[in-house]
Design a protein around this ligand. Structure first.
Ligand SMILES: Cc1cc2nc3c(=O)[nH]c(=O)nc-3n(C[C@H](O)[C@H](O)[C@H](O)COP(=O)(O)OP(=O)(O)OC[C@H]3O[C@@H](n4cnc5c(N)ncnc54)[C@H](O)[C@@H]3O)c2cc1C
Length: 808
């Protein structure tokens, strides 16, 4: 074994081998993979080998499509058979709600380049002769699903990587990891030591143990998973003879089952409700090529449905039940990317569908390591999407919830109950007493809307029972004044004598004067937007930044990567050590005036001003800004003061019509202003011109900020896309996100977010379309739940188009 390599990949499962292959393919051949046993000695060897492209996150779906398309390439390069059979698939819906969801999947496929067809159960039966059509209401035919040989695929990656110059050392177990003073890593193995610049943790079932070697506690957990194999079935032989091909891959969502042909019989797997985690605290090192004891009682309820939905199974003999463990993150998506603040430590873990996702994970990670950017929008898989609040017990609860709901419907307004409430703000119980219906954002309970006594959130695809109540909150804000708990926003302190110069380099905006704020886009080297903040200068060498709560660690990672190492600047996230309250609406100034002695008149406390004020008896930082687009203020205070300020505002606000509002009202309010939001409109795949943040990019400022040269070029070229606002002609539904946008009957773009803008009485969608169509007012349509609704482009904000209310 060599004593130094640029990269050490730990783990020779499908994921580690894919990472190694992609590194070698892109030129980093000084890479060595260490495997404690033979390749495929974790969850890889007993996988069912199914593959599919659909995923709730369209960006992950794109990478799944890439993975499946890659198999031909590695088979040819390695000469190793992968056993890939693209049979196509059928997605079955036994309820109308599920069929509505499938319509959305088909619609998404239109702009992802995935061809799919909606069909009746009778039509589906032609392709899937084992099903009983009377048990279903509809189906979708897919064309890229299929199955493969898990071991063949892993060896094809490995052999391809070796051919390109990378190395693999089997029977070499990593025992310790030590970061060196130069930032590199010392990898201690049972065969000797190896130093490297980068370590990739692709240790699958042992990812937590390998993480712990570097002092990390990763939010992932293995679950037991079972599938059965039947004896040969005459119905299968008949179907093969009649159709001339094997029985296609099928997912029966309501039965929570997946099926495919395996030789002359069938394979049926299930994500059972009574699921069982495996090795909750520690994965034993002596686990390898063995299976877990099957527990047929646990999967019996699913099998019963399966036998009803696919009657031929009733006569089939069960040849074997496979039970094996594999790992999941709390939301079921992989954990990929560099660990914030730990240079050279990369994750490729919790890949629960290694044969659909492994290629994409390898591609994104190799891009990221080599070019500093994953090349795709992979926030949905980014290890930084979880903070260190994601404890082992939280992970345990969430992973089990996710597993048991793998094929369940999650309505867009549905909030899942496991591991809650975990993180709460000091006014949580006061908001709850006012009827708050909470959602969760980065583990924190956030009020979504306020329900009258006895009313609770009801879920569905269409407008729900919150509609009129959210409308009332919106009306209160626009006409009087509303209060919202902003503690979930990310807040950072940037201090030091080098702070201003550093921020000038990091952010694309001009630096604010003391006591002022600026909207601050942050660009990557390629000129695309990696952050969007409000930047405030509180004092000399003392800056305050507010951004997206879910992206706190994602942005901290970027900040730390770019922080000078001379100690001249410090950056710290406040997390929940700083709480927030926003007040917004025409009476907001009068309300603030009642709880402070400071002069907050329009002349003195102007739009985008920020001050340290005493609010009631508490110290606070108050900025005049509001995401609602109204006259408004954001108040920031130590958590011990949040309750006091909240109560003081409510006491003073009685006569001013103050009421609480939630995230859903905030969404309705910002839509009327066409304000984009991080994670939906603003993502690292769009340039500032495309997403409309270009007015805040100061191309003419002296500082050489990150991305300036590309942003200058982008501004000249104009970009390919434009973020536009549309008003939809709908009656009982609004967009959720990811719907296709049509122009003149062709799919040309996609929706990023939207909803009902109650004050403007309009169903609004924000989305990206080609730049050359962005000046067209008409000819637009958006597909929601299988129905195409005509739409009109809205060029001006629906509310306060000239900003008079906000600035006044
Ligand atoms: C019953 C079952 C059915 C499944 N069906 C499917 C399916 O149909 N389709 C699908 O896409 N996925 C399926 N999966 C999931 C799939 O198996 C996983 O997504 C995949 O195997 C993850 O691969 P991995 O490389 O991340 O991890 P693993 O396969 O666990 O590989 C990790 C490797 O790292 C090595 N290692 C760990 N620690 C060290 C160390 N310290 N030093 C050196 N080496 C180390 C291990 O020996 C192991 O070989 C199924 C899983 C199970 C259990």
């Amino acid at each position: 074994m060599k004593s130094h390599a640029r990269v050490v990949v730990i783990g020779g499962g499908v994921v580690g081998c894919s990472v190694l292959y992609h590194l070698a393919k892109f030129g980093w051949t000084d890479a060595v993979l260490l495997e404690r046993s033979e390749l495929t000695s974790g969850s890889t060897w007993h996988a069912a080998g199914g593959m599919h492209t659909i995923n709730g996150d369209t960006n992950v779906a794109r990478l799944q499509k890439y993975t499946i398309e890659l198999y031909k390439e590695i088979e040819e390069l390695s000469g190793q058979a992968t056993g890939v059979h693209i049979t196509g698939g059928i997605l079955l819906a036994a309820t109308q709600d599920r069929f509505d969801w499938l319509k959305g999947v088909v619609a998404q496929g239109r702009y992802l380049g995935l061809e799919m067809q909606l069909m009746t159960p009778e039509e589906a039966q032609i392709d899937m002769p084992l099903m009983d059509p009377s048990k279903f209401v509809g189906a979708v035919r897919t064309h890229t699903d299929g199955h493969l040989d898990p071991s063949g695929v892993t060896y094809a990656y490995a052999k391809s990587a070796r051919k390109l110059g990378a190395e693999i050392e089997t029977h070499t177990m990593v025992k310790e990891l030590h970061q060196q003073p130069d930032g590199g890593w010392l990898v201690v193995t049972d065969k000797g030591n190896i130093t490297c610049e980068h370590v990739v943790n692709a240790a699958g079932l042992w990812a937590r143990e390998v993480g712990r070697m570097a002092g990390l506690e990763l939010p992932l957990l293995a679950m037991e998973h079972m599938y059965l194999l039947t004896e040969d079935m005459p119905e299968v032989a008949e179907a093969n003879a009649a159709t001339g091909h094997e029985i296609i891959h099928a997912v029966d969502f309501d039965g929570e089952l997946y099926l495919r042909q395996e030789r002359g019989g069938m394979l049926m797997g299930t994500y059972e409700k009574a699921c069982v985690p495996w090795s909750v605290k520690e994965t034993p090192w002596d686990f390898g090529h063995e299976l877990l004891a099957p527990d047929i009682d646990r999967i019996a309820p699913s099998l019963e449905v399966g036998f009803e939905h696919f009657p031929a199974f009733q006569n089939a003999g069960i040849k074997q039940i496979i039970n094996g463990p594999f790992t999941f993150a709390p939301d079921g998506n992989p954990l990929v990317g560099p660990i914030p603040g730990m240079g050279g430590m990369w994750m490729a873990n919790a890949v629960m569908a290694g044969f659909s996702q492994g290629g994409g994970v390898g591609l994104a990670l190799a891009n990221w390591m080599i070019n500093g950017d994953p090349g795709y929008d992979i926030f949905g898989m980014d290890v930084a999407r979880y903070g260190n609040w994601a404890s082992m017990a939280y992970t345990n609860a969430k992973v089990q919830e996710n597993y048991s709901r793998r094929f369940s419907i999650k309505f867009p307004n549905e909030e899942l109950p496991a591991a809650r409430p975990l993180r709460t703000t000091p006014i949580y119980d006061l908001l709850a007493a006012d009827g708050a219906q909470f959602g969760v954002s980065w583990g924190l309970e956030v009020p979504l809307w306020f329900a009258p006594d006895g009313v609770r959130d009801e879920f569905g695809w269409r407008r729900a029972n919150d509609f009129e109540h959210v409308a009332a909150e919106v009306v209160a804000v626009r006409n009087k004044v509303g209060l919202f708990d902003t503690s979930g926003y990310a807040k950072y302190a940037v201090k030091g004598q080098g702070a201003e110069a550093w921020l000038d380099h990091l952010l694309a905006c001009r630096m604010p004067a003391t006591g002022r704020m600026k909207l601050a886009p942050m660009l990557k080297q390629d000129g695309r937007v990696i952050g969007d903040f409000t930047l405030a200068k509180l004092d000399r060498d003392d800056f305050f930044i507010v951004g997206s709560g879910v992206a706190q660690d994602y942005h901290m990672r970027w900040f730390l990567e770019h922080l000078p190492d001379d100690g001249s600047v410090t950056v710290e996230p406040y997390g929940q050590t700083l709480a927030g309250i926003s007040i917004a609406g025409p009476n907001a100034r009068d309300l603030l005036a009642q709880v402070t002695d400071a002069d907050v008149s329009a002349e003195v406390f102007k739009f985008m001003d920020i001050r340290r004020l005493d609010v009631a008896m508490a110290k606070a930082i108050v900025g005049r800004v509001s995401f609602t687009g109204d006259l408004g203020y954001e108040l920031w205070m130590a958590p011990e003061f949040q309750r006091h300020i909240y109560l003081a505002l409510h006491a003073a606000g009685q006569d001013l019509g103050l009421r609480n509002f939630g995230l859903r009202a905030l969404n309705a309010l910002r839509l009327e202003k066409s304000f984009g939001s991080w994670g939906t409109e603003f993502r690292p795949i769009y340039t500032a011109d495309e997403c409309g943040l270009n007015p805040f990019v100061a191309l003419k400022k002296d500082a050489e900020f990150i991305g300036k040269s590309c942003a200058t070029k982008n501004a000249k070229a104009g970009g390919k896309l434009r973020l536009c606002t549309f008003i939809l002609d709908t009656k009982d539904c609004d967009v959720i996100g990811n719907e296709p946008i049509y122009h003149d009957n062709n799919v040309v773009g996609w929706v990023t977010s939207g909803g009902y803008a109650h004050n403007a009485n309009s169903s609004v969608a924000l989305g990206y379309v080609p730049r050359e169509l962005a000046d067209k007012e008409t000819g637009w349509a958006v597909e929601i739940l299988g129905t195409v609704y005509s739409a009109k482009q809205q060029f001006q904000p629906l509310f306060d188009a000239n900003g008079a209310a906000m600035r006044g």
